[in-house]
Design a protein around this ligand. Structure first.
Ligand SMILES: Nc1ncnc2c1ncn2[C@@H]1O[C@H](COP(=O)(O)OP(=O)(O)OP(=O)(O)O)[C@@H](O)[C@H]1O
Length: 291
């Protein structure tokens, strides 16, 4: 298995505060990985570390087999679109493409020109005069045309309306299929992630709370409902719990079958799963990684 991103005990702090701590994670190549978590959880910090924009304060990180920020060869492997789709407001679309060509050894000018034409972006228009969606598409084009091994996208659809979001994500999926590029993208929009991601990483309070292939996570987690007793049934690792006077409900990872007929086990959707882990923060819980 080739690995897109591998982190061991990775941490980054600002002053005395850890923005990301003890992050141990393997993201295999060839996947679209969704990075999700509440505001301030450390998603941008992780992506910045992966792109080499930040240096770790602890631990180590490898992206596509190399150390982020270690030189031009490493830079060529990674396409990074930071939050707020950074472009130069005073530069035209065509000037952005020319800059991309100058800075990137593997630049695919034909691909960039084809995308810009297909998206209907006027090459002579300044980026500052584009709509949010058009700017996002320009930034994605710059990331794709450098022909990276991995695309790191920090909330790429945050500013887009639902239709533009859908088109952006469809377009991204087409690129994934055509180029075989790996993608790690952060978003608060779980329904969007559900449509495009086959891997999931949930970050909460600077920690990886859960990570793994989406199918495996959905197959191993259940909502268990049963009579209120001393605790959950055997074989259930509780993520969150709630109780009424007579009944208990657990979102749990099942480590074995639940035989007790008093319990019903319902399947979870991606949003239920994400919200359960996002709400499980009160006690420090070891990160679960399903590989
Ligand atoms: N340059 C900085 N200086 C000081 N603290 C920072 C800096 N950048 C981020 N932080 C802090 O680090 C923590 C993680 O921030 P980060 O931007 O990685 O979170 P995030 O999950 O991307 O959040 P959001 O969803 O709001 O974009 C936050 O507490 C934030 O305040």
């Amino acid at each position: 298995m080739t690995t897109t991103l591998s982190a061991r005990g990775l941490g980054r702090k600002y002053g005395k505060r850890w923005a990301l701590a003890g992050c141990t994670l393997e993201i295999p190549a060839g996947h679209v990985t969704g990075l999700v978590g509440p505001n301030g959880a450390g998603k941008s910090t992780l992506l910045n570390l992966a792109a080499g924009m930040l240096a770790p304060s602890a631990g180590r990180i490898e992206v596509c087999g190399g150390r982020p920020g270690s030189g031009t060869a490493q830079l060529a492997k990674v396409g990074y679109v930071a939050q707020d789709t950074p472009t130069y407001a005073g530069m035209t679309v065509a000037e952005h493409l020319r800059l991309g060509a100058r800075l990137n050894p593997r630049w695919d000018a034909a691909l960039a020109a084809e995308r810009i034409a297909r998206l209907g972006l006027d090459p002579g228009k300044r980026a500052g005069k584009l709509s949010g969606g058009q700017r996002a598409q320009l930034a994605l084009t710059l990331g794709i045309a450098k022909r990276p091994e991995v695309l790191l996208l920090d909330e790429p659809v945050a500013a887009l309306d639902p239709l533009a979001r859908r088109e952006f994500l469809q377009d991204l999926m087409a690129v994934v299929v055509e180029q075989g590029v790996s993608v790690v993208l952060s978003s608060h929009l779980v329904s969007d992630l559900e449509r495009v991601c086959d891997h999931l990483v949930v970050l909460v309070e600077s920690q990886v709370r859960v990570a793994g292939p989406l199918d495996d996570l959905l197959a191993t987690h259940r909502r268990l409902t049963g009579p209120r007793r001393d605790g959950p049934p055997p074989g259930a690792e509780v993520v969150t719990e709630s109780h009424t006077e007579r009944q208990s409900t657990y979102v749990a990872r099942l480590t074995g079958p639940v035989h007790d007929p008093a319990w019903t086990a319902g399947e979870l959707g991606v949003e239920d799963l994400v919200l359960a882990y996002m709400g499980s923060g009160a006690t420090a819980r070891p990160a679960l990684e399903v590989l």
